[in-house]
Design a protein around this ligand. Structure first.
Ligand code: ADP
Ligand code: MG
Length: 569
């Protein structure tokens, strides 16, 4: 035997796994296939958790949510070309939502791709990924794997978090090198998301504007939730006495029934506030770009914006006091300034908001009761609201049109980062990926409240849920279609374009995989089934029969739907 055989060796497969593990990444979400099948097998053998999905987009959505929940990049592993493209949608979505994620994709041989000679699943993946994510890297030599993984991690989590693409051509995995040199080539990233302290003059300016307010408002976004600065944010809100409005994924940062929550007085506070402090929330379409009639008379608002991304400032309207830095550092600086001297907001402002909230909550309450069949959105969600109130640790996943809009308004959250939804794009299809990541990353029971249409985009992953025995209870709000189940084809030839098979039994799908299926026609039946699922942790799918006429077109965002003036009404 020559020296070659006695010397310890490593290869590309092992170096990728070692580099991830060295940086505390213990889970891979993906779909196996050429050329990364063995990477998944070996990662599992080395003690990593490898969650194999049925479609890459769902694996990618899971990785993105893992990143959101843990502040470590969630990793999604895909095969070349088509698998890569499926995962890329999730990577773009992660980037849009500021969630840290790394899409690792196998790819075909550079020599053939670059000469466009027609390789198996040939595609110039790096070039395609680049405009859709924060950073994209390709590794050609095994000795560069360590540095590439380090760069990917840093790019994903530092500054404004986002998606990173890592291109690993098939040949890389089998490249062999000396084990000791391989070990030495790995990089453990020191301080991957460094604090970014706000400048003292920017803090002073922000405090100045805040102190000048007569009708102040704080808006909490998912950037505030992501930052895990929960105690500081709560202290700032409670010390100042300023009313706050949570964006959907920031619900629970403070409990929704907190006396300062203006959640149920949203229209009023957006219109009437004079100074708005944005904490990790963008003035994008979800906030009507900070202008227009929702925001009251033009020129009546001053904005203070806390964000880690300097270019976010003035993106839609003038920001009077930009405060650039990481959430914890910025909020702590503001809190220090407030403690040095502060007059609480006028009682007529806070009192008027509390009255509005109480009035709206009282108006909603009776709609949430009742036990008749079929259910409507209110009676069904009233039941789920009571369940979540009793189970504050539960993770809530929510998508759909009406199912999303009503659930966001009806189901109170009381703990941070427990609500996962369609995010900045309003992306349908996040459901099962988010539910799986929530279960894997937290171990807590998961309740996924899904419109029947939204569920369809990721529904096959109930097999994944059953295979890994994850504590996920899916409730499909079945109203026979998209928005409603009442559309018809005016020509009489086909079903209406937005309807599905009437009376579908989604519960039977999960039985095919050994899960528990329940058909629920009343809130009481549904309550019993959800509680049993949450207690047992057994994968469960509840087909919740909802009145097919109950929804509205496009839910709350019908205004975004262009209408033909020529169509017959
Ligand atoms: P929402 O949809 O809930 O309003 P957005 O996704 O629009 O929230 O906004 C989140 C913002 O938070 C982004 O502009 C992002 O740059 C910012 N952000 C993310 N992480 C941090 C952090 N650690 N510190 C400060 N800002 C952050
Ligand atoms: Mg529907």
């Amino acid at each position: 035997a020559g020296a070659e055989e006695t010397r310890a060796l490593t290869d590309g497969f092992h170096l990728v796994i070692d580099a991830l593990k060295l940086n505390g990444i213990e889970t891979i979400y993906g779909v196996p296939g050429i050329p990364i099948t063995d990477l998944g097998r070996l990662a599992q053998a080395q003690g990593m958790r490898v969650i194999s999905f049925r479609h890459e987009q769902n694996a990618g959505n899971a990785a993105a949510i893992a990143g959101y929940l843990t502040q470590k990049p969630g990793v999604c592993l895909t095969v070349s070309a088509p698998g890569f493209l499926n995962g890329l949608t999730a990577l773009a979505n992660a980037t849009t939502n500021c969630f840290p994620m790394i899409l690792i994709s196998g790819s075909s041989e550079r020599e053939i791709v670059d000469l466009q000679q027609g390789d198996y699943e040939e595609m110039d993946q790096l070039a395609i990924a680049k405009p859709l994510c924060k950073a994209a890297f390709r590794v050609l030599h095994a000795e560069d794997i360590g540095i590439a993984v380090a760069r990917a991690i840093r790019a994903a989590v530092s500054g404004r978090p986002g998606g990173v693409y890592l291109d690993l051509p098939a040949k890389l995995f089998a490249q062999v090198m000396d084990a000791e040199a391989g070990q030495a080539s790995l990089v453990k990233v020191v301080d991957p998301a460094p604090r970014q302290l706000p400048a003292p003059d920017a803090v002073a300016r922000a405090l100045d504007v805040l102190k000048g307010a007569k009708r102040p408002l704080i808006i909490l976004g998912k950037g505030a939730a992501y930052a895990q600065a929960d105690a500081a944010i709560r202290a700032l809100i409670e010390t100042t006495g300023i009313p706050y409005l949570p964006m959907s994924m920031a619900k629970g940062l403070l409990p929704d029934d907190h006396p300062q929550s203006a959640g149920a007085a949203r229209s009023m506070v957006l219109k009437d506030a004079d100074v708005v402090l944005l904490l990790g929330a963008r003035l994008n379409w979800l906030l009507s770009h900070g202008k227009g009639k929702q925001w009251g008379a033009p020129g009546t608002k001053r904005f203070i914006q806390v964000d880690i991304e300097p270019r976010e400032m003035d993106s839609n309207v003038e920001i009077a006091a930009p405060l650039v830095g990481d959430m914890a550092s910025c909020v702590e600086a503001l809190l220090k300034g407030v403690k040095a001297g502060w007059t609480p907001p006028p009682a007529d402002w806070t009192g008027a908001i509390r009255d509005k909230v109480a009035g709206n909550v009282a108006k909603m309450a009776p709609k949430l009761e009742g036990n008749s069949a079929p259910m409507n959105f209110h009676t069904a969600l009233g039941a789920l609201k009571r369940i979540i109130a009793e189970r504050p640790e539960a993770m809530l996943v929510n998508e759909g049109a009406n199912t999303l809009d009503f659930a966001r308004a009806i189901i109170d959250m009381s703990r941070p980062r427990k609500r996962l939804d369609v995010g900045t794009w309003g992306l349908m299809g996040i459901g099962m990926g988010a539910a799986i990541a929530a279960a894997v990353e937290t171990g807590n029971p998961v309740l996924a409240v899904e419109g029947d249409s939204a569920f369809g985009f990721s529904g096959m992953e109930i097999e994944t849920i059953c295979r890994y025995s994850l504590p996920v209870c899916v409730v499909v709000f079945n109203n026979n279609g998209i928005y409603r189940g009442t559309d018809t084809d005016p020509t009489g030839r086909d079903p209406g374009t937005t309807v599905f098979v009437k009376g579908s039994r989604y519960d039977k799908m999960i039985e095919a995989f050994g899960g528990h299926g329940v058909n629920a026609t009343t809130p009481d039946e549904m309550t019993r089934a959800v509680n049993a699922a949450m207690d047992s942790g057994r994968p469960t799918l509840i087909n919740a029969v909802i009145d097919e006429g109950a929804g509205t077109e496009s839910g709350r965002i019908g205004n975004l739907n262009p209408q033909s003036a020529l169509a017959k009404k």
